[in-house]
Design a binder for this molecule. Sequence first.
Ligand code: ZN
Length: 319
Amino acid sequence: MPHEEINPGLIRVHGRQDENGMSNSSFIILDEKVAIIDTGLKGELWKEVIDVIKKNGRNPKQDLKHILLTHEHPDHFGSATELKNESGGEISAHSASAETMREPSLLVTKHFDASQGSSGLTPKLKAAFGRVTAVNPDSILVGGEKIELGLSTLTVIHTGSHCGGHVMFYDDYRRALFAGDDIVESPSNPCKYMIDLTGSAERKELVLNRLLGLKIDLLAPSHDSPSIGGSVKEQISRAIDANDVWKREVYDAVNRLGEATTDEIAGSVEEALGLDWSGDLKSVASTLTTAAYLRALSAKRRVAESDNKKSGRPLWVIR
Ligand SMILES: [Zn+2]
């Protein structure tokens, strides 16, 4: 797997690409204490990470102190236990993430379940979630913690937007933000918009807008190339736009369809945006994201569930 130094002492390790051209990055911070942010899919990245740490003259057993996880989706914590076993480093995750990491069956029932009117998970994705191995974080984050590495101190920012336990890490030394899945650029990647059942469209809007006020010289999302300098704000602005676009399209679709299920609204949004996703996340990402915006619009009393149902599923109308 390739890796490169994106800033002195900061190395990005790329994971395997999936059918959407999406790969998971892990970031190694080589400070007095070594830290890694995210650990990719199970069995993938950890050997490369250990190798890179050794090639930089450091001893993983002694130096790798922190294994920091942005959130509870399996492409972000897959190799955490292997890395811990190779290093003795402490695994840290948000309390909501830790619950799912310890009990991965929650990925289906709590995060991606079909009961919200969605067409649900494909059997392949359900089986893949069923194979996820539990990880037991040592340190539980709630947001606001400072993790001192040496030159860098990382501040934990709980976002709760892409999913309930999502956090970002801000490195004050290099003014770098490790943004996890709250900022995804590639239009071919369903994660660009994705909010699961535990996440929040309102939180996403709030968090992304707050980031515009933070001094960020290096933005490091999990699934995109990092952006540096002046392009950072542009990338955040594009993420804000993507959020606004989906919200607007959900409202317009309800308006257009009159009375419709979440699935029907999601299909209409996909068509309006001309999305061409493939892979197993396609329909579930679209429906769950639409459900998240329906929750947000409903809280603002702009849409509501009608008294009618279609095949037992709720129907949404304009208020
Ligand atoms: Zn994710």
